[in-house]
Design a protein. Structure first.
Length: 98
């Protein structure tokens, strides 16, 4: 991972974006404190455009490995919550957040 201060990044953005295009991550610092990271976008086409947009907004995090969900997830016990109760809980949660 490459580390750069804001002023240097501002003056040499194209240079650092070259590293990102090659797959490197660039850590941005402000007075020795990490504040952001530029990471390469997965251009494989596997993710839906909407998912990539949500990930760029920070609304969700894409899986870091191909396949996404580990196989052990499917051996976990299923929820005992009925569909009706689950819908009611989600609607209540949405109403509270507005």
């Amino acid at each position: 991972m490459i580390t750069v201060n804001i002023a240097t990044l501002k003056n040499q953005l194209s240079h650092y974006l070259t590293f990102v295009r090659r797959g490197e991550e660039v850590l941005i610092k402000d007075r020795k404190k990490s504040i952001a990271k530029i990471i390469p976008q997965n251009i494989s086409g596997d993710e839906d455009e909407e998912l990539r947009a949500l990930a760029s907004e920070g609304a969700l995090k894409l899986a870091e490995r191909p396949g996404g969900t580990p196989k052990s997830f499917y051996s976990l016990p299923a929820t005992r919550l009925s569909h009706k109760k689950a819908v009611k809980a989600v609607r209540r949660e949405r109403d509270e957040s507005c």
